[in-house]
Design a protein around this ligand. Structure first.
Ligand code: CO
Length: 293
């Protein structure tokens, strides 16, 4: 990997780590998740990055893809399991990291299992390693806690302006095989539950995090403005919170963009019981670099 690119990955990782830890401290009963999202995203910019996606704050049985809308009233409640999934891009080079705050004592084990699985998995990362061995280790650790890995959410590769690429890193031993190569960048993210071991996508189109699918002429000026703002993201997901369009105008513009097939929603993913997640980004080298630790 070129030195310049390596430095960008490292910088993104450093920022992501800082804001993840600051974000964790904000997770307290009564706090609006909208406030957490805005604070974390502003800090990313202050520190010299951009959010690689809208901060995901997924609570309890929601595993991923929940990001507050601009009028979201959701607050953190006593006993919640709150996952912060942070993405930071520096010139498109992404750091992806997640951490879970369990507000009740009885859920601490869920968090411990995802963290331990992640740490043990990272120890196996090196060029020449089959990711299936890493997956098997993740499954083994989670099961040693008498808990289950979510099988249809996986770790993944990262590339410039691309937040999910090959290889995958499943959270259980599967038929998937990929030999890690020097210079690959991967995110490993064990998801752990006591309940059903897979998640489903919500039917309702209320994802709150969007990607540009295709550019088509739009009737509403606000819809055209949003397309322009999304183009600048070069493929990275976008939040309606990042526009200065509000209320009904925003709703109509988003409706038109969806109806014309210009944007796709990252739909909310959920299981049937509380879920924890831990995630780091790793550059595969003889001495691997965990950019977000
Ligand atoms: Co990820």
């Amino acid at each position: 990997m070129e030195k310049e690119i390596l430095e960008k990955y490292k910088k993104a990782g450093e920022i992501a780590k800082t804001v993840r830890e600051e974000g964790r401290k904000l997770v307290k009963p009564g706090v609006k998740i909208l406030e957490i999202a805005e604070k974390v995203e502003n800090r990313i910019k202050e520190l010299g990055g951009i959010p690689a996606w809208p901060l995901n704050i997924s609570i309890n049985e929601i595993s991923a893809h929940y990001s507050p809308s601009q009028d979201d009233e959701t607050t953190v409640k006593e006993g919640d399991v709150v996952k912060l999934d942070v993405g930071v891009a520096v010139d498109g080079y992404v750091a992806d990291t997640a951490s879970t705050v369990a507000l009740s004592e009885k859920d601490k084990k869920l968090v411990e299992a995802s963290e331990k699985a992640l740490e043990e998995a990272i120890k196996l990362v090196k060029p020449g390693r089959d990711v299936n061995e890493i997956s098997a280790k993740i499954e083994e650790i989670i099961k040693s806690f008498d808990l289950k890995p979510i099988t249809n959410l996986t770790g993944h590769g990262l590339e410039q302006y691309t937040v999910h690429s090959e290889p995958r890193v499943p959270n259980y031993k599967s038929d998937y095989s990929h030999i890690l190569e020097e210079g690959e960048v991967i995110a490993i993210e064990p998801f752990v539950t006591r309940g059903r071991n897979y998640i489903t996508e919500e039917d309702e189109d209320r994802g709150l995090s969007y990607s540009l699918v295709q550019i088509k002429p739009c009737r509403l000026r606000e819809a055209r403005q949003i397309i322009e703002a999304m183009k600048e993201r070069k493929g990275l997901p976008f939040s309606e919170r990042w526009t200065n369009i509000k209320g009904i105008k925003l709703k109509l513009a988003m409706r038109e963009l969806k109806d014309r097939g210009c944007i796709g929603t990252h739909r909310i993913l959920r299981g049937d019981s509380k879920i924890s997640q831990a995630e780091h980004t790793i550059i595969v080298l003889d001495e691997p670099i965990v950019t977000t630790r």
